[in-house]
Design a protein around this ligand. Structure first.
Ligand code: TYM
Length: 338
């Protein structure tokens, strides 16, 4: 039986502030963060160092980093109970990232599907950071001794690489890192683009992407225009291979309402897509409304947000520094004299 006084297990996750947050990130990752935040010792990071692997406008990056913090809180993460911070404020991430580069193979990094996708999209800027990005992500996770990493399905491969790096390091130097596990939701792990349901929802296609800060009118319009399938039956039935557009809308509806696919099929039996699409839109509008309003309220108080990210970085750094010292000692660096 679990000892009540035993330390809570640790969760770590992060989102890049490289674009406005959308319902893919919310349903794939953040919803779980909120659901699990009471049970675990949680660290949620704004991973700005990851963002610069792709060129960013500096003013936008700064603005979106603070906006994202407000959104974390507005989604329900209590900053007293969760450590919310900005990655670049804790320099240990970059330092451990470098060390882990030396324990990660070129072949492993070459196999990462996100690297292949991103380098195809950014052919003019395939920089070293884009390639070694998974080792920085491994550093993020391993610094805090995270047991679980709540992410969407697209990040599973990176968490698996993190496990391989941790195991390799532990085998060489003795138990140093906790070997983490991905924590992926059953529904909503891969939200697809509304205008092209065979590709993942992402900010690069704004018409098919619903942002957390979109107005109710915009959300409604995007769902009414969502691509459904060209089948003649026009019935709401969960068949991802055959009807990817409808399946995607069903997973969004299921994720925001908690209804099962069978319940959804029953609810829209005989009603067709004309009734279904606006219903999904309405459910999303009502889910996002309080988040948007609370984000706007928080954004008006920049001093409060600064207080939160300052405290968060201090709490995070306390833990990160200890891990980095242990690693430095294990690999043979001379102990820091200060
Ligand atoms: P990022 O910033 O691309 O996405 C943030 C989170 O949202 C999930 N996600 C989705 N889930 C479902 N459907 C979608 N369409 C969708 N789009 C995004 C992602 O799976 C992710 O959980 N490398 C990470 C950020 C990161 C990180 C970390 C995560 C850096 N260090 C340490 C966990 C732990 C990334 O680029 O996620």
């Amino acid at each position: 039986m679990e000892n009540q006084t035993e330390a809570k297990k640790v969760m770590f996750s992060g989102i890049q502030p490289s674009g406005n947050l959308h319902i893919g990130s919310y349903l794939g990752a953040m919803k779980n963060w909120v659901a699990l935040s009471e049970q675990y010792d949680c660290y949620y990071c704004i991973v700005d160092e990851h963002s610069i692997t792709v060129r960013q406008n500096p003013a936008d990056l700064r603005r979106r980093s603070v906006l994202q913090l407000a959104q974390y809180i507005a989604c329900g993460l209590d900053p007293q109970k969760n450590t919310l911070f900005i990655q670049s404020h804790v320099h240990e991430h970059a330092e451990l990232g470098w060390i882990l580069n030396c324990y990660t193979m070129f072949g492993e990094l070459s196999r990462m599907t996100q690297f292949k996708d991103k380098s195809a999209k950014n052919a003019e800027n395939i920089n070293g950071g884009l390639f070694t990005y998974p080792t920085l992500m491994a550093a993020d996770i391993l610094l805090y001794g995270a047991h679980y990493v709540p992410v969407g399905a697209d990040q599973k491969q990176h968490v698996e690489l993190t496990r391989d790096i941790a195991i390799r390091f532990n085998n060489l130097y003795g138990d140093t890192f906790i070997v983490p596990e991905p924590y992926i939701p059953k529904v909503g792990a891969r939200i697809m683009c509304l205008s092209n349901p065979t590709s993942k929802m992402s900010k690069s296609d704004p018409a098919g992407c619903v942002f957390l800060m979109d107005s109710p009118d915009e959300i409604s319009r995007k769902f009414k225009r969502a691509i459904t399938d060209s089948d003649t039956e026009h019935c709401v039935r969960y068949a991802p291979e055959e009807k990817p557009g409808v399946a995607n809308l069903m997973s969004i509806y299921s994720s925001v309402t908690g209804k099962t696919y069978e319940e959804i099929e029953k609810e829209f039996d005989g009603k067709g897509y004309g009734a279904f699409k606006p219903a999904v839109g309405d459910a999303v509008i009502e889910t996002l409304r309080p988040i948007r309003e609370e984000t706007e309220r928080l954004l008006a108080d920049k001093a409060y947000l600064k207080e939160i990210y300052t405290e968060g970085a201090q709490r995070a750094q306390y833990v990160a520094r200890k891990t980095l010292r242990k690693v430095a000692k294990r690999i043979g660096f001379v102990e820091k004299p200060f």
